[in-house]
Ligand binder design. Sequence first.
Ligand SMILES: [Zn+2]
Length: 251
Amino acid sequence: MNLVGELHDLLLSSTNTVVFTGAGVSTASGIRDFRGKHGIYNDTFRGYNVEELFGIDLFNSDPSLFYAWAKDFVYDLEAFRPCTVHNLLARLERAGLVKAVVTQNIDRLHTLAGSKRVYELHGSPSLHHCRTCGAEADYDTIAPIVRAGQVPMCSCGGVFKPDIVFYGENLPEQTFGAAIAACQEADLMVVLGSSLTVFPAAALPEEAYRCGARVVIVNDTPTSLDRRAILKLDDLTDTFMQLNDLLTNRL
Ligand SMILES: [Zn+2]
């Protein structure tokens, strides 16, 4: 049996599969990578690097820099659709073969594909909150303002910030806690498109392993968990195309 066949059998024989997704799943939908060779991390904007632009200190002192920079990549999500990976994960959840998706991505594509139990460790721009009064506004309200080159302001005079976890901010406590609990209960942990380098998020698959889960990695570069994995595959899109065919009659 080939490796995808083995992954297929593992999915069917496990009772509590949790999937952990990273940038590779987003790039499969055409979204630019963060850390790859042509990734967003190589960008600078008006002399600031990405960690500064995504930093809470700069946002607090001058939010116009973040919004001017993010206009063309955080606020253009309508241009991207879920890919085979997102779609198959949603169908696997509906069939009871995936319990939860834990993601490092902020692009909302798992939810858009129909996955219900999604833990967004780094948040998303689905919601924004006013830094002053806490008022809430959704993506569809804020995006046109940002694309028009303006900083989205609350009626109280405060600035709206996306519910994305910025550098210098903690991960959302409730989401992170629930994601840890899901990982601890998993008997199969499938890591997709993550090189497991961004902590603390990347500690979650390891926690699943520590609690007894079998680990499968599908990523085109080595990860720190490779030697613990019972299965390692490289090509995410190819794996999911094959998996999709193998599961056709079951989903
Ligand atoms: Zn306000």
